[in-house]
Design a binder for this molecule. Structure first.
Ligand SMILES: Nc1ncnc2c1ncn2[C@@H]1O[C@H](COP(=O)(O)OP(=O)(O)OP(=O)(O)O)[C@@H](O)[C@H]1O
Length: 311
C-alpha cells in the first residue's frame, strides 16, 4: 500500500506543521509528501492519486493533516474510488471531523493500518444540490446563521490569534456573539416523505452526517456517518437571548427537546429557502441562495473508505 501525507501547513495556525514534525520522527515506512498551496489544492492532489490507484489497482492510503477544510477537500477528490483509504490527523482550529470520525494520532497506528487494513470502514457522504450544482459534505451543510458565522470567522484575522493562543475551540463562540445582532432570519418550507411544513423566523437549517459542528457543538446527537441517513436540524422562532442560551446547551447535545428546535432524520429532504441566505458545506462557503431556491439535501452511500486504528 502506498502512503501519501497531504499537509495543510496553514491549518490550525501551524498545528499541522508541528504535528507532522513530531510524527515523521517515528515513521519507518516509505511515504510521499504533498503540501497544499492554495484552497482546493488538496482535492486536486487526492484526485491525482485516486486516478493512479484506480488505473493500476494499487491501494493508496491518503492521510490529511489539517482541519475540517483539509479533510473535506481530500475526500472530495476520491469519492467512489475503491482503491483509496482516507485517514486524518486532526490539526485544525475546529476539528469536528476528529470528534465524529476516528482519526490517527501515532505513527505506529498508521504503520499497522498499512499491514492490515481490514478495519477500514465504508462511509456515507452528504449531498447538497441546488440548480445544477452538487456539493458534498462529510460533517454538515448549513444554510443561515452557522454559515454566516463560518464566513465572518474564515475572513477574520482574529481566527489566527485564537489559534495562536491555542483557543481555536472558542473561535466559533466569539464569532457567534458577533453575528447575533447582524443576522436576519428567513422562512423555509421542508418537504419530506410527501409532507410539507413551513417554518418562519428561521436562524439555521443544517443537514448533519455526524453529530458535531462549530468546533465541538453536538448539534445532531443521533447522526452517524455510516447509517445511510442524514439529520436535518432547524432552529426557528426564538429571540436572540434565548438563542444564545440554546447554543450553550448545544455543546452537550441537550437542545433537542427544546420547542425552537425541530429535527428530522431521513435519506432526502427538499428545502425551499425564501430569501437570499448564505450557505456552507463543512464550514466552507457554499454560495448564497436565490430569492426562492429549492435545495436538495441527501446522502450518497458507500462514498469513501475511512482508515482507522486497528484494534
Ligand atoms: N497553502 C495554503 N494557503 C492558504 N489556504 C490554504 C492552503 N492550503 C489549504 N488552504 C485552505 O485552508 C483552509 C482551512 O484549512 P482547515 O480547515 O484544514 O484548517 P482550519 O480552518 O484551521 O481548521 P478547522 O476547519 O477544523 O476549523 C482550507 O479550506 C483550505 O482550502
Amino acid at each position: 500500500m502506498k502512503v501519501v501525507f497531504i499537509i495543510n501547513e496553514k491549518a490550525g495556525n501551524g498545528a499541522a506543521k508541528r504535528k507532522w514534525k513530531n510524527l515523521r520522527k517515528s515513521l519507518q515506512i516509505p511515504y510521499k509528501l504533498e503540501y497544499t498551496e492554495y484552497p482546493g489544492h488538496a482535492t486536486e492532489i487526492a484526485k491525482r492519486y485516486a486516478t493512479i490507484a484506480t488505473k493500476f489497482s494499487d491501494k493508496h492510503l491518503l492521510i490529511a493533516i489539517g482541519g475540517d477544510g483539509t479533510v473535506h477537500e481530500v475526500v472530495q477528490g476520491v469519492i467512489t474510488t475503491g482503491e483509496v483509504y482516507i485517514g486524518a490527523i486532526s490539526a485544525g482550529s475546529g476539528n469536528d471531523f476528529g470528534r465524529g470520525y476516528e482519526t490517527f494520532t501515532e505513527a505506529s497506528e498508521i504503520v499497522r493500518f498499512t499491514q492490515q487494513h481490514s478495519n477500514a470502514k465504508v462511509m456515507d457522504i452528504g449531498v447538497l444540490q441546488k440548480n445544477d450544482e452538487t456539493l458534498y459534505y462529510i460533517n454538515n451543510a448549513g444554510i443561515g446563521f452557522d454559515a454566516y458565522i463560518s464566513k465572518i470567522s474564515n475572513e477574520s484575522k482574529l481566527k489566527r490569534y485564537f489559534n495562536f493562543f491555542r483557543l481555536g475551540k472558542l473561535t466559533y463562540v466569539f464569532f457567534l456573539l458577533k453575528a447575533l445582532n447582524r443576522f436576519k432570519t428567513f422562512s423555509i418550507k421542508v418537504i419530506h416523505n410527501g409532507e410539507e411544513q413551513v417554518y418562519d423566523n428561521v436562524w439555521l437549517v443544517v443537514a448533519s452526517n455526524q453529530p458535531y459542528f462549530g468546533g465541538g457543538m453536538k448539534i445532531s446527537p443521533s447522526s452517524n456517518p455510516s447509517d445511510h441517513n442524514i439529520e436535518l436540524t432547524i432552529i426557528y422562532n426564538i429571540s436572540r437571548l434565548k438563542l444564545l442560551l440554546l447554543f450553550s446547551t448545544v455543546f452537550f447535545g441537550k437542545h433537542t427537546g427544546i420547542k425552537a428546535v425541530q429535527q428530522y432524520s431521513g435519506e432526502a429532504f427538499e428545502v425551499d429557502i425564501h430569501g437570499e441566505v448564505i450557505g456552507h458545506t463543512d464550514g466552507e462557503f457554499a454560495g448564497i441562495t436565490e430569492k426562492n431556491q429549492r435545495i436538495h439535501f441527501g446522502v450518497m452511500h458507500h462514498a469513501w473508505h475511512l482508515a482507522r486504528k486497528t484494534s
